[in-house]
Design a protein around this ligand. Structure first.
Ligand SMILES: Nc1ncnc2c1ncn2[C@@H]1O[C@H](COP(=O)(O)OP(=O)(O)OP(=O)(O)O)[C@@H](O)[C@H]1O
Ligand SMILES: [Mg+2]
Length: 293
């Protein structure tokens, strides 16, 4: 019997899947090689620009030239950040992210991440309100990596929220029903920004993925809707999952006029060795309770 286009045998599907997986590996290897190859010439640009800056002293046009050198160094700095993000994505995909685990205060982590995100967008008028996290227990994690993940999420909140808007960060404790010692912490980062289309809430965590027509975006790290390479959320998810946690986004939809907002939820288990699959199962099965329940 001829099934037309549906007449595909299992062997063909296997071959196609193997090809897809090979392509994905090639893509990851490309990102890693490209990033490492870009690092060397970038070091040269930084080095020569710094020498140029030092040689300006005493010249009549020193101030004007110093401005140009500062521009080169700013560009090189941003390029360096993008290359570092590419290297991080490659090591997340190769599952080779190394964590230096230690007990961490969630309150301090959030505090430092808010400060850095705000410092990265000095021209933006978005208020950040942090709820009381003083009674949250310490978590075991990598301070630098969790800081990096939080900065990426909060910076997105600032970037995709118009001036005058706000970001609310709150935290709560979750217990596994019937096992009071099995504890997880939840952080929610809610903005009053442009929102995310429902059908793209998972896609935004894919590398290089950006919502909407990317040719219409201006490139900027902090400007309203300024597009970046689309690596921030891939890195944030990789870091959270390396800690056994999960992250997902919720939003009523995308609307630049009404600004329905987006909320990013992060759940981190306190129990060491817990997997993202277990955390996801606990969330989806409705087994988690808050302290008041
Ligand atoms: N808080 C948010 N509100 C609305 N859209 C968002 C928000 N956070 C992320 N997005 C959407 O998800 C996409 C992917 O986010 P991601 O942080 O990975 O990339 P980026 O911010 O564009 O670039 P990068 O973080 O690499 O500089 C963004 O381009 C944007 O379209
Ligand atoms: Mg981002």
């Amino acid at each position: 019997m001829d099934n037309g286009p549906y007449n595909i045998d299992a062997g063909e599907i296997q071959t196609a899947l193997a090809r897809l997986s090979k392509l994905e590996q090639t893509k990851s290897a490309f990102i890693s090689i490209a990033a490492h190859e870009l690092k060397t010439p970038l070091t040269l640009v930084r080095g020569y620009a710094a020498i140029l800056g030092e040689r300006l002293h005493g010249r009549p046009d020193a101030d004007e030239l110093a401005g140009l050198v500062a521009g080169i160094l700013r560009g090189a700095q941003r390029l360096g950040e993008i290359i570092d993000d590419m290297i991080d994505v490659a090591s997340i995909e190769a599952q080779s992210l190394e964590l230096n685990l230690e007990p961490l205060s969630l309150e301090t982590l959030v505090d430092l991440a808010v400060k850095e995100a705000l410092a990265g967008a000095p021209e933006r008028q978005v208020r950040i309100l942090v709820g009381d996290l003083s009674s949250m227990p310490h978590i075991i994690g990598d301070a630098q990596r969790l800081h990096q993940a939080l900065v990426k999420i909060i910076s997105n909140g600032i970037k995709y929220t118009p001036d005058g808007g706000r970001i609310d960060i709150s935290g709560r404790l979750l217990y596994v029903d019937g096992a009071q010692s099995d504890v997880l912490v939840e952080l929610a980062v809610a903005d009053t920004g442009i929102g995310i289309p429902q059908e793209e809430l998972e896609w935004i965590f894919e590398k290089f993925y950006r919502v909407g027509d990317i040719t219409l975006h201006s490139t900027s790290k902090s400007r309203f809707k300024g597009a970046g390479p689309g690596l921030g959320l891939t890195i944030a998810r990789g870091i959270i999952e390396a800690h056994g946690g999960i992250i997902w986004a919720e939003s009523p939809g995308y609307d630049e006029t009404c600004c329905p907002g987006s909320t990013f939820h992060i759940i981190l288990p306190l129990q060491q060795g817990s997997s993202p699959a277990r955390t996801r199962y606990l969330v989806q099965s409705g087994l988690l309770r808050t302290s008041g329940e």
